[in-house]
Design a protein around this ligand. Structure first.
Ligand code: PLP
Length: 420
């Protein structure tokens, strides 16, 4: 089930200090999840989690994760800049991008980051932008459907990412000719999966493949990068993902395939790390009864796009009414001129009054960061609920001036409040 570790008064107190809507993140929860993951993989001396920056690109959060021993997985120039500004460099950073401007390779090389190549043509781009390092990672795409047992976990044959199996050997041969001594293998074949067999299955595939490629090319097999994809229980009836069991599953496969050791294990979890320790706090500001009962909130898809984009379920609780019967049926909406701007559709909830504080769960990953500015709506603040029980604004809300900032080249700049 979603994470109910914070009491309603934590959200109520935050809403007294800061105007709604805002995302609230629980520092203790972030640290605890990082520690649980590190514990689950403690058997591997060279394990490191590289948090996927895109999931929650806030420096305050990234610094907390650094203190917990995590690195960062970046996929753009701005994410690399963020990593550097937060003190990450060298072995603490992976660039895992695709179809990006080649200058980003040079930026990553200057930072000493690991480079994960998405395509065979990237080799030449890397050579001319920053140069070829001693160790390079290749992203693998097995094609077809990715299944473990009878369960279809993903559809790599339709995915834009990675090298085909037949290209891996060729790519490594080229890289060897350019001075590469060691390689890593990366794959992301299933998203938001709570299936505990996914990582072990993926590890089996990557470890066997890497071992074979090492024997064929004479290059050292330095690491597997299991990437992201571990899911979280968004729905109340879904059980918590057992990360300890996942770590154990990977250990068994590892000991079977590379009993001699020497291959490091990396992960790039985003959702699992911070998803459950973030909440979007919003107020009911409108109620209308037409063919359905609608509760309008002061948040919208601008603050949390997943329901509109994927039809994703996010649990909603009403502060002070957790024990009330869920005997009303509402569509909970935002204000955008888009009918998919709904946080919940025909959801059973306690009776909601205007002014009630609604808590939308599991917004700590792919929440704020996926936001946009449709209808000229602006993105919310982010608040950190600290280990000491304080509330710290770690990003202010956008203002109209932020929205208009790129119109500084327009004749109306002054009227829009922008310096020309
Ligand atoms: C998005 C992404 C991740 C993180 O995925 P989650 O589903 O949040 O765990 C990790 N690695 C890469 C390359 C990604 O694109």
């Amino acid at each position: 089930m979603p994470n109910f570790s914070l009491r309603d008064d934590v959200f109520e107190r935050a809403a007294e200090l800061f105007p709604t809507p805002f995302h609230l993140y629980d520092e203790q929860g972030i640290r605890q999840r990082a520690r649980n993951l590190n514990k689950a993989f403690a058997w591997c001396p060279d394990f490191r989690e590289y948090f996927a920056v895109k999931a929650l690109p806030n420096p305050a959060v990234l610094r907390i994760l650094k203190e917990e021993g995590c690195g960062l997985d970046c996929s753009s120039a701005t994410e690399l800049t963020l990593a550097k500004a937060c003190g990450f460099s060298g072995d603490e950073v992976i660039l895992s991008a695709n179809a990006m401007p080649p200058e980003e390779f040079a930026q990553a090389r200057a930072l000493g980051a690991h480079i994960n190549l998405d395509d065979i043509t990237d080799i030449e781009l890397l050579r001319t932008h920053g140069g070829i390092p001693e160790c390079v990672c290749l992203r693998y795409n097995p094609g077809g459907q990715f299944s473990i047992g009878n369960t279809i976990m993903g559809n790599p044959g339709e995915a834009k990412y990675g090298f085909m199996p037949s290209q891996l050997r060729e790519g490594l041969d080229i890289l060897k000719g350019l001075g590469v001594r060691a390689f890593g293998l990366h794959a992301f074949l299933s998203s938001n999966t709570r299936d505990e067999t996914y990582y072990p299955g993926l590890a089996r595939e990557l470890l066997s493949l890497g071992k074979r490629l090492a024997a064929e090319t004479g290059l050292r097999f330095a690491y597997v990068d299991l990437s992201g994809g571990i899911g979280i229980p968004y729905r109340p009836e879904e059980p918590e993902t057992d990360v300890q069991a996942i770590g154990e599953g990977v250990r068994k496969v590892y000991e079977e395939i590379v009993p001699e050791g020497g291959v490091a294990v990396k992960t790039e979890l985003g959702r699992w790390m911070t998803g459950p320790v973030g909440w979007l706090v919003t107020r009911a500001v409108h109620e209308k009864k037409i063919y359905r009962d609608y509760i309008g909130t002061d948040a919208s898809a601008v603050n949390l796009m997943r329901p509109a984009m994927y039809g994703a379920y996010h649990h909603i609780t009403v502060c002070g009414k957790r024990d009330w019967p869920a005997d009303h049926v509402y569509d909970v909406t935002g204000s955008l001129c888009e009918n998919n701007d709904k946080f919940a559709i025909e959801r059973n909830l306690p009776e909601i009054r205007i002014g009630d504080l609604l808590v939308i769960h599991d917004t700590g990953a792919h929440g704020w960061s996926m936001g946009y500015n449709y209808n000229g709506r602006t993105r919310s603040a982010e608040i950190l609920y600290t280990e000491d029980g304080d509330y710290r604004m770690i990003r202010r809300a956008e203002t109209a001036a932020d929205y208009f900032a790129t119109l500084d080249i327009d004749p109306a700049a002054e009227a829009l409040g922008v310096r020309r």
